[in-house]
Design a protein around this ligand. Structure first.
Ligand code: FAD
Length: 305
């Protein structure tokens, strides 16, 4: 195991960049938890944090409210996710302009899933952006410069093959995307093979691994297939028998994610995006293991152009 080698290399955390993903809270209790989480995570000085964007007006307003509060009340640099789902070009453009007006400089541009749910056939809005590549183009045209998009190491469930999948990534990069963040995965070899395929296709944007610390294995196993992420048998074995033992489950989850991240560091990866599920504990533990420690006082960070 590589953590012993890692522990003899103080300062490794200095060359690692992390970003954290949140979802907009649905009620007061969830809201309180999110702000506790951001309080703890901002001390780790992430490169940026991102807030997901849902279907429907109310969840979209919650995204804007959450991003606004992050801008006003924290030292964090927020990125907002945006999707094309059920919205005309005009409506999406208005949202983009509103975010830019608030001072948002980073975006994560997605096609999104159909309002009926993952697995249903996606139909673009008749006057809307057809896909994430068109959305990236709109963001670029309206002045955005830091635009992340999705990438799928095990390919998106709708993609018939890797060539089609990577072709979509190429269209997004050609339209102006500056970074891809992957769907979560548990098999680092599949990520490495995917990055090789992407490079062979002539794409050189960072492909930042999306890391999902497992708060509830049963849940993750349930939705992984729909997201196009494979749950290996060895992972299921690690969590076997822990459904009713939350403390051990959390310790195993921290170990599993740290092991994955340390192995990726060994493979030369320096940037990581964490799907936090609005919870700090596992992310703080993993970051600690990779040498990212709380700063004494989280100074406001310069917003990158
Ligand atoms: P695209 O990049 O446009 O397409 C993904 C892949 O699907 C392509 O590679 C392409 O090969 C294939 N594909 C697309 N359309 C077709 C088609 N018509 N026929 C055949 N193949 C096709 N969802 C949200 O609702 N809100 C969020 O905030 C959000 N954040 C996300 C963040 C990240 C980092 C990731 C990885 C996903 C996120 N998602 C989010 C989920 C995402 O919206 C879904 O995975 C959605 O199904 C695809 O959106 P996309 O932008 O990845 O699509």
């Amino acid at each position: 195991m590589n953590q012993f080698r890692f522990s003899r290399r103080p300062g490794i955390g200095d060359r690692i960049k992390v970003s954290f993903e949140f979802f907009p809270p649905k009620n007061d209790l969830m809201e309180a938890r999110l702000w506790e989480t951001t309080d703890r995570l901002q001390a780790l000085a992430p490169d940026f944090v991102s807030v997901t964007y849902g279907a429907g007006g109310s969840t979209r307003e919650r995204t804007a409210r959450t991003v606004g509060r992050l801008l006003r009340e924290t030292s964090l640099v927020p990125a907002t996710h945006l999707t094309c789902v059920d919205a005309s070009r005009e409506a999406v453009d208005e949202v983009i302009d509103a975010f830019i007006g608030m001072g948002v400089t980073r975006f994560v541009a997605l096609r999104g899933d159909p309002a009926e749910g993952v697995g249903a056939r996606y139909r673009p809005h008749p006057q809307g952006y057809a896909n994430a590549a068109e959305l990236v183009g709109a963001l670029k045209a309206r002045g955005a410069t830091d635009i992340s998009v999705s990438a799928y190491p095990e390919k998106h469930p709708e993609s018939p093959d890797f060539a089609t999948d990577i072709d979509m990534l190429k269209r997004k990069v050609d339209a102006g995307a500056t970074r891809a963040i992957t769907q979560f995965f548990f098999d680092n070899d599949s990520y490495e093979r995917y990055v090789e395929r992407v490079r062979r296709a002539g794409l050189y944007v960072p492909i930042v691994p999306g890391i999902l610390p497992i708060h509830n294995f049963r849940q993750v196993a349930g939705f992984s297939a729909r997201c196009g992420a494979h749950v290996p048998a060895w992972l299921a074995e690690r969590f076997e028998g822990l459904d009713d033992d939350p403390q051990t489950h959390a310790l195993v989850a921290a170990a599993v994610a740290a092991e994955q991240v340390l192995d990726l560091i060994e493979r030369g990866i320096t940037d990581f995006h964490f799907y936090t599920m609005n919870r700090a504990d596992l992310v703080v533990a993993i970051c600690h293991m990779i040498g990212i420690r709380s700063t004494a006082a989280a100074e406001p960070r310069t917003v990158a152009a």
